[in-house]
Design a binder for this molecule. Structure first.
Ligand code: LHQ
Length: 258
């Protein structure tokens, strides 16, 4: 499969999707959305971890506003439901860990695309911008779901109402993202974390994603039940046996993954 608006590659069980419309700071147009969705599904079959990043000085500037020059003629609800939501759901609920490596500005749906990943790291020069209020909109693409859960009501509202850029370091301090790294170290740090995930227990990671996501709506009793069920499944896996044997033999575990 060849792509135009993204670059897709797989190396040592690590898939990388790099958004590739740098002249627009990787704004999402129809082609990029289509290709992003296809590549995410492909990565599930071909890799044990997925890196999502951007080419050029931006990560993603959100919806391509050039496509909305006559907003009255665009069915935004359809656009969100049919074209954005499957991408966001595939990232958040897909079976492999998604590591978002934010190389520059992440604005609008681009910021919320990043937040749907399991781990977000960002170059120190990157900013997170809930830009929506600037154009008379409210956060979408999962923003109103992730923001209050990640940073609490006050910061979620502040980011949305004022639509000011939040520097990567502040984002890390607030718990919006996992870490901010010096710009020149972003690629190597991304690779290092991805390699650790690719060598890790993929089945356990899948269960972690399911449990963490479910905790948002489950009560305590339901969550305990879910943990017990998922853990019982994992206990039957070769990875668990290997993990215990490796611990006892004082050697590194060699997980087989799926
Ligand atoms: C762009 C864009 C862009 C096109 C920069 N589109 N060209 C989804 C679907 C349905 C309903 C509505 O909601 C959504 C979700 C959304 O994402 S809505 C929010 C959309 N995004 C924004 O409002 C952000 C718009 N961009 C900006 O505010 C700035 O570009 C930021 C703050 C991201 C970066 O500012 P600068 O570093 O000063 O760069 P710039 O503004 O000069 O942009 C560089 C180029 O990229 C420029 O093109 P040009 O030809 O002049 O060099 C921009 O026009 C283009 N660009 N964002 N979203």
């Amino acid at each position: 499969m060849s792509f135009q608006s993204i670059r897709y590659s797989v190396d040592e069980a690590i898939a990388t999707i790099a958004l590739n419309r740098p002249e627009t700071l990787n704004a999402l147009d129809a082609e990029m959305r289509r290709e992003l969705m296809e590549a995410i599904l492909q990565a599930r079959d071909e890799a044990r971890v997925l890196i999502l990043t951007g080419i050029g000085r931006g990560f993603c500037a959100g919806q391509d506003l050039g496509d909305l020059s006559d907003p009255s003629g665009v069915n935004l609800e359809r656009l969100l439901v049919e074209e954005y939501h499957p991408i966001l759901t595939a990232i958040a609920e897909g079976p492999i860990p998604v590591l978002c490596s934010v190389n520059g500005v992440a604005a609008g749906a681009g910021a919320n695309l990043a937040l749907s990943a399991d781990v977000v790291i960002a170059a120190r020069s990157a900013v997170f911008l809930e830009a929506f209020a600037r154009i008379g909109l409210m956060p979408d693409a999962g923003g109103t779901f992730w923001l209050p859960r990640l940073v609490g009501h006050a910061r979620a509202m502040g980011m949305s109402l004022f639509a000011d850029p939040i520097p990567a370091e502040t984002a890390a301090d607030w718990g919006l993202i996992w870490e901010a790294v010096n710009d020149e170290l972003l690629d190597s740090r991304t690779r290092e974390l991805a390699q650790r995930l690719a060598e890790g227990p993929t089945r356990a990671y899948r269960a972690m994603k399911e449990a963490m996501r479910a905790s948002v709506t489950n009560d305590f009793a339901e969550q305990l039940k879910l943990e017990a069920r998922l853990q019982a499944d994992l206990a039957k896996s070769r990875d668990f046996m290997e993990g215990v044997l490796a611990f006892l033999a004082k050697r590194k575990a060699g997980f087989e993954g799926r």
